[in-house]
Design a protein around this ligand. Structure first.
Ligand code: GAL
Ligand code: CA
Length: 338
């Protein structure tokens, strides 16, 4: 059984006092504090910033109303060494639970050892550790989404648009010339998204011709630079841009704007995430489709786990995967409201 944390014991004591005297005002129970330490791989990442904003929102309204959460969020700035030090710092600060978005998803050993030595559970999120690592200790959890599903959905969205609009095949050779903008090399959401998106389009009967795959590390500016090079290399030959996330799709669009291409000469662009800027570009018909990476669902799942750890509830699943959702101009309204 899980060792009870200080703040949980505090809460039980207060609850008992209430049972004995049967009265009291709610705010008097708000003495049960949980300190959550978060570290994430890079503060320049749009999706993660939006996800963490949601997480903070969730913690303001916990299901266990007695719980008062404070959060410390640190930016690992792309360095695993820095992140290892940050975990130590967060533990020394007295954090009761850690939420870790690994810099290097293949290298969590030091963090796991530190947390286990101090009995501080870890909820990993978004950058999935390998199963073997998650089995190192029973207080390790993961919240994220299935990379394969997002790739398949992006492929389905693209196939549907291509089948409906014959003018996307600009040179009318019966094939769609495409480029891919990929996230980081070792990330589960890069290679799996690309492979499944491309296979799904092909399986729908569309003939594809690959022009180039470029790594742009989830980043809008890097994607713009890559795309500028591709435009000068292929000129108007590119008919489809598949980006592993919205920010890179937006960077590609930036490149076409900068090159002064009229919209009718643009390829079609597809992203993943449904970030605020991504949804806006979809509403403006610059982006042809995106796949919603359910940040609200993920933030809620993380907050629930934090509470469960705190109240010593059993956590049924070590892994929680939130489903992706296809977003098109037809259902975008639901997402703009979020
Ligand atoms: C992906 C997301 C990307 C980026 C990446 C960081 O799930 O689609 O935009 O945030 O995670 O790990
Ligand atoms: Ca073509």
């Amino acid at each position: 059984m899980r060792k009870k944390k200080k703040w949980l014991v505090g809460m039980l004591v207060i609850v008992n006092v209430f049972l004995l005297f049967g009265c009291g005002k709610r705010q008097e129970t708000r003495e049960d504090k949980v300190h959550i330490g978060v570290t994430y791989y890079n503060q320049s990442d749009t999706f993660l910033n939006e996800l963490l904003a949601q997480f903070k929102e969730q913690l303001k309204n916990p299901e266990h109303e007695e719980l008062e959460a404070t959060v410390t969020i640190l930016d690992a700035a792309g360095s695993q060494r820095t992140q290892d030090d940050q975990v130590k710092e967060l533990i020394d600060m007295g954090c009761d639970v850690l939420c870790v978005n690994l810099v290097d998803r293949a290298d969590p050993s030091e963090i796991i050892d530190l947390a286990r030595d101090h009995d501080v559970p870890i909820i990993f999120f978004n950058r999935e550790p390998v199963e073997e690592d998650l089995r190192q200790w029973d207080e390790l959890y993961y919240v994220g989404a299935e990379a394969k599903q997002s790739g398949v959905m992006q492929g389905e969205l693209a196939a549907e648009v291509i089948q409906k609009n014959t003018q996307i095949d600009k040179n009318r050779d019966g094939k769609i010339q495409y480029v891919v903008l990929e996230g980081e090399a070792g990330h589960q959401d890069s290679i799996i998204r690309t492979g499944n998106a491309v296979d799904t389009i092909k399986n729908s009967g569309i003939e594809l011709e690959k022009l180039s795959y470029q790594i742009a590390n989830w980043n809008r500016v890097q994607a713009q630079n890559r795309m500028e090079q591709l435009i000068s290399q292929y000129q108007n030959k590119i008919e489809l841009v598949l980006a592993n996330n919205d920010d890179m799709a937006l960077g590609a669009i930036d490149a076409y704007k900068k090159a002064n291409y009229t919209e009718s000469a643009w390829p079609v662009f597809f992203g993943i995430d449904g970030t605020d800027a991504g949804l806006r570009a979809l509403a403006d018909s610059e982006l042809s489709g995106t796949v919603y990476n359910d940040k609200e669902g993920q933030a809620k799942a993380m907050a629930k786990m934090v509470e469960a750890i705190g109240t010593d509830e059993e956590i049924a699943e070590k892994y929680v995967y939130l489903p992706y959702i296809k977003v098109t101009s037809e259902n975008i309204g639901e997402f703009l409201e979020k």
